[in-house]
Design a protein around this ligand. Sequence first.
Ligand code: SF4
Length: 204
Amino acid sequence: MNDQIKKLLAAFSKRKIPCSYVKNRGEAAKWVLSHIQPHSTVGIGGSETINELKIELLLKEKGCTVYWHWHAKNPEEAAVIRHKAMNADTYLCSSNAISEDGRLVNIDGTGNRVASMVFGPKKVLVVAGINKIAENLDAALQRVKDVACPLNARRLGLNTPCAKTGKCHDCNSPHRICNVTTIIEGKPSGVDMHVLIVGENMGF
Ligand code: SF4
């Protein structure tokens, strides 16, 4: 564990947000599985990081019911799944950026993910690769606009200016994916939140 990670763990501790570190995605998947009860419900936010964990099948083998709107057949079904995920026993997601002083910065087009991170599920597990760490809050806010948004817009095939140029243009596109920005600065009082830092690049 390097000094940046040590500093980050100490910063989360000060904010009363439990935070752990594992070396790679394989260890991360095991860690996540060990923190989810068998036969419980699990909601998953839109997250390439969680996708890379390849954990959905493992959760189902544990008897868990998984709500993940990425597998919905149509927008109506996706809306229903998003609501079920918001009331799951555990919510699994990543963060778009994490400042070295322990703030979680997130953007969302619909709002379900950023809402579920702070209210609804009993437990929230936030899994983030080291590529999400930013030097400070300003750098984290810049990361969400100039890195997370363009890459996610491209992944989704959306016609936003950032998808074309790799930079935010504060657009009014109907495809805008950053309608809501949240900054979590302390553990939400009704949520058992835990952050897991993974020592490799994951997601966007
Ligand atoms: S405001 Fe528009 S251009 Fe800027 S990051 Fe969001 S979607 Fe991209």
